[in-house]
Design a protein around this ligand. Sequence first.
Ligand SMILES: Nc1ncnc2c1ncn2[C@@H]1O[C@H](COP(=O)(O)OP(=O)(O)OP(=O)(O)O)[C@@H](O)[C@H]1O
Ligand SMILES: [Mg+2]
Length: 245
Amino acid sequence: MSLTANGQRIVVNDVHLSYGSHAVLRGLTLHVAAGEIYALLGGNGAGKSTTMSALLGFVRPDAGTVEVAGYNPATQADQARAQIAYVPENVALYDHLTARENAAYLLALAGRRPEPQAIDAAFEATGLQEAAWDKRLGGFSKGMRQKVAIAIALLREVPVLLLDEPSSGLDPKATADFNRLVHDVARRGAAVLMVTHDLLSAADIADRIGFLEAGRIVDEAAAQGADRFDVRDLHRKFTAESVAA
Ligand SMILES: Nc1ncnc2c1ncn2[C@@H]1O[C@H](COP(=O)(O)OP(=O)(O)OP(=O)(O)O)[C@@H](O)[C@H]1O
Ligand SMILES: [Mg+2]
């Protein structure tokens, strides 16, 4: 794994990106360091998932630079993707396979063959109840699926975690469990970029929060030591007419 010159694991510098004539990103800049959780907030259609797609090398910026652990996803997609665990809102898992089989199969695709005990330990860390480990995913709730997905992400041991609204639809307890896990992954040194509409989660675990509007970050705030973010303040900012105007 290589790092970028400034020690940042995720670098988005002055990125412009359009779909045809529709300009979505217009000078987006954000950096996420190892061990840091960056919450990306923004209204529907603001370009959050597009930013994820650019980091995964599925779309290519028209201008500006993107780097993932030192790789350019636009020209080195395979290398960049090998550094990333990506957990979208609806994870692609196999309903006819058990939780253990899903983990073993998806990790093998990523070139990893963890010991069965390592898979058990990862499930345990996510709080997935043991009775579910050998059950087929077809009957799993959304929260249970997200636990399997995050266990697989943990086992990949990659330096970058991308989360696109992973906790939407989870109940408050499942969301809190999920947040605790994400926090643990970051403390182990991963750079985490988390797209969320859940201001409480962002306030709870983010080290930095950026507001994406009109294609760029119009406001960014950092947690100061034990001083966390104020949810009401975030809500006010989020619902203000336009910070970009
Ligand atoms: N493949 C595509 N082709 C054309 N337009 C697209 C494509 N993907 C997204 N868009 C458009 O780009 C804009 C940004 O979409 P994006 O999915 O990045 O938004 P988002 O911030 O993730 O929104 P949401 O909060 O609803 O998930 C939207 O106007 C969307 O319609
Ligand atoms: Mg989206």
